[in-house]
Design a protein around this ligand. Structure first.
Ligand SMILES: C[S@@+](CC[C@H](N)C(=O)[O-])C[C@H]1O[C@@H](n2cnc3c(N)ncnc32)[C@H](O)[C@@H]1O
Length: 234
């Protein structure tokens, strides 16, 4: 029987309709993206009383609410707003066809009775630096544990690394959790592997990214910098 979880933390790989990918920062060149319509079909392993915390970019808000409802959760609030900052502490300026993006939100929905909070001092708006593409600061994972308590069962969906105290699932990690969507995960893994030998998908380590950033010209995107410095388009 599939293990069920009280706390589910997810960072879905949204597919951006805007082909310039201005909002997504070119997510598809960093990892496999799965359409919301496909993710909506998944039966995720949540307990009868559970909470879902799901990252969503502003342009994908409708999709986020749709996915949350399809997974059987009722939207309650925005748990976190992550305002991104630069290394010098100033507020980051991202892309955007209208105003320029510098924040992401994590939607919170509950199923059944939800999960009662055990800590009443967690801020919903937080200022943190940025890591690699789409990486969320570790402190949010820690805050979720503080919010609901150590004793809860926790699953991180679409994880890219292991985290102590969490079962993880995703096509880039060794999965402790088994999801009914394993077929979809295998397909995502195959697409991901198929891209690698062509050089279309190149993943850089933290230190390499820092070095790359230090050599970027003003206003130059990371892919453009890679092309200029290394001679290929990632
Ligand atoms: C937005 S990223 C997650 C980033 C992560 N929260 C972090 O902080 O590094 C989405 C992840 O989901 C993976 N993914 C995409 N489609 C998938 C699928 N169908 N099954 C499993 N994983 C998938 C992607 O390869 C990527 O690793």
């Amino acid at each position: 029987m599939t293990k069920k979880y009280q706390v589910i933390y997810a960072d879905p790989p949204w597919v951006y309709k805007d082909k310039s990918k201005s909002h997504g920062g070119g997510a598809e060149s960093h990892y496999v993206c799965t359409p919301t319509s496909e993710m909506c079909k998944w039966d995720i392993p949540a307990e009868k009383d559970a909470v879902l915390l799901m990252w969503c970019t502003y342009p994908m808000l409708e999709e986020g609410l749709k996915l949350m409802a399809a997974w059987g959760f009722k939207f309650k609030t925005v748990a976190f707003t992550w305002v991104k900052k630069n290394k010098d502490g100033s507020v980051y300026m991202g892309m955007g066809r209208h105003t320029r993006g510098n924040a992401e939100i994590c939607l919170l929905g509950t199923r059944g009775k939800g999960v009662p909070r055990e800590h009443c001092g967690i801020y919903n708006t937080q200022l943190h630096g940025r890591g690699r593409h789409s990486e969320k600061p570790d402190s949010f994972r820690k805050d979720i544990v503080r919010l609901y308590g150590l004793d809860k069962t926790r699953l991180e969906m679409f994880a890219r690394k292991q985290s102590e105290g969490w079962d993880v699932w995703g096509n880039e990690v060794e999965c402790a959790a088994e999801l009914p969507s394993a077929v979809s995960q295998k397909r995502a893994q195959a697409r991901y592997d198929a891209k690698r030998p062509t050089g279309m998908l190149v993943r850089f380590e933290e230190a390499e990214l820092r070095e790359l950033d230090s050599q970027r010209k003003e206003g130059e995107s990371r892919p453009a910098a890679v092309k200029r410095l290394l001679g290929f388009a990632p």
